[in-house]
Ligand binder design. Sequence first.
Ligand SMILES: Cc1ncc(COP(=O)(O)O)c(C=O)c1O
Length: 454
Amino acid sequence: MTEAPFLHPTAAIEPGAQVGAGTKIWHHSHVRRGSVIGTGCTLGKNVFVDEGVRIGDRVKIQNNVSVYRGVEIGDEVFVGPSAVFTNDLRPRAGNANWQVRPTRVLRGASIGANATIVCGIEIGEHGMVGAGAVVTATVRPHQLVVGNPARHHGWVCACGEVLSRSAAQPGGTRCQDCDRQADPVPVHEPGPPAYIPLAKVELGTAEEAAVLDVLRSGMLSGGPKVAEFEEAFARLHGTAHAVAVSSGTAALVAALRAHGIGPGDEVITSPLTFAATLNAILQVGATARFCDVAGDFTLDPGQLEPLLTPRTRAVLPVHLYGLPAAMDAVSGLADRHGLAVIQDAAQAHGARVGVRPVGSFGTATYSLYATKNITCGEGGVVTTDDGDIAERIRLLRNQGMRERYEYVMSGSNYRLTDLQAAIATVQLTRLPQINENRARNAARLSAASPVCPA
Ligand SMILES: Cc1ncc(COP(=O)(O)O)c(C=O)c1O
């Protein structure tokens, strides 16, 4: 028989909160709706668990801790008394549009009393944060950090014993005691995966909470979430407009159509890309002309000029794998010849050429498909500084309709739903960290690869 949770009579557990078997929640704690607390946990006195928070099994949270929306706590985590989590990186009392920055505390990690965990980071498995530390950067698995700002102070075993004070991680992550007590059967340490996954989707409780909000609002499409996402996307990409659509392919088609490109027109693009780039050009009835790539695998501006004909209307460079094409040269040539620049930035959210975001070089299209830097399953965005182009894309995505039942051009259904936009808005807050991780992984792979030097 499973043991029912113990809820102290002074604890407030809102309807819709889930509390697992055997969990104890003590005096004056408050657990909000939509949160999930696992089995066998202990929450001390005056603990606050915000809406949508997910707490694993056998977690111990001491008195006076607030676990705010966006914080995710794995199994067997310990949070000491009065430890503080934040979820807004630059809080201002008057900012109604602030964004949750997610924080993850992974299995077996410990956070000391009075520590402050600044949002947007991850505390790795069995990581340990010293009492009073102010953690501003990701803590690696088994790493011990202390101080303000928290700095590396060694490596710890899962039992808490310090293994080493050196900067380099020791070969093993278990102390002698734990080794002695270990099963005679060798412990299976997870080995390297058989293959390196192309992408890992980073979704957490903040996305779950955002989806729940939309579900409960009943406005699954045509609600306010798409405009919120567009505003945040444009701000982050330094463009005047961002228009959200249903896929990266739809973004390319809509951008080409908004620039008036159609049958009889030629578009110069890269032959080294995903099929969608070519398909979009063909879908609007234009002809694609391929310009070879340079050594960095993006369109070679030195080979563009001979490809121009009187029918050329646009250049469509692809920022492959997030690496921007040579945009100064491409947009210089396009300007001289009166061509539109439409960038396929499906894989390049947040990419910059020097200090300039790629979106500032003309029209750019992005994908929100599952393998992309940020995702909401399926989706796309077009960015531009040109108000007319933005307006045409808004019309194209909604059957050419300006006002209710006033159709001013032919269009289609390229709309993003509010459910998708809500996920994508949370994902945007993760983008700097995701891009940083991707760059770090790329550097490691390049350094280790004999055929692909950095
Ligand atoms: C370079 C490039 N262009 C366009 C697309 C199309 O995006 P979506 O799959 O969202 O339609 C992709 C997606 O894989 C891509 O990688």
